[in-house]
Design a protein around this ligand. Sequence first.
Ligand SMILES: CSC[C@@H](O)[C@@H](O)C(=O)COP(=O)(O)O
Ligand SMILES: [Zn+2]
Length: 209
Amino acid sequence: MSHRPYSTSAYREAARALAAIGRRIYGQGWSPATSSNYSLRLNEDHAAITRSGRDKGLLEETDIMVVDMEGAAVGDGKPSAETLLHTQLYRRLPDCGAVLHTHSHASTVLTMHWPADHITLEGYELLKALDGVQTHDTRLTIPVFENSQDIAALAAEVDRAMDAGDAGHAYLIRGHGLYTWAADIGACYRQLEALETLLAVELDRRRLG
Ligand SMILES: CSC[C@@H](O)[C@@H](O)C(=O)COP(=O)(O)O
Ligand SMILES: [Zn+2]
């Protein structure tokens, strides 16, 4: 299958941006022990993504590589083990330009301690940081998928959930973490910061009873 070529300068800019946002996310405590992975769309057929196993607090441009939209490495090295969860979003959502995945304390405890297959965030002003949300009077339902090492199967499950109209802004994986996506890295980081903040608030709210 022939792939449209991507711009080398666009790749270099994507690698720089992903390394910078990765260090910023690490500083928030959301990507411990090499967890988490980040990607940017380069064109219809390629994405820049973090290499597998990299320390996100020390992320450099050399820790980024290119994959095609079937999840195959372009060039040497091992892309993120969760690449297919990124390409599922790029293949399904033409306007998706950036995908961020984190492993925060809040997302882990909320999904591990409570068995529900969704987390609802409702009535928070910070919900307006999410694309398309205009009021605090909003109920955001975030689906929780069971964790699996079969990433292809997990990506197919996300696809089915989206077919059913779920996972509009983000999804959670139980005992694992959060995925969110947006048109560009700035919007995606804004959404990630809002969601991780609200998940921490929700955890505190539940503890307060
Ligand atoms: C080190 S535990 C976290 C990993 O298993 C995985 O969930 C993750 O987020 C990072 O995987 P990676 O292959 O480095 O992109
Ligand atoms: Zn992960």
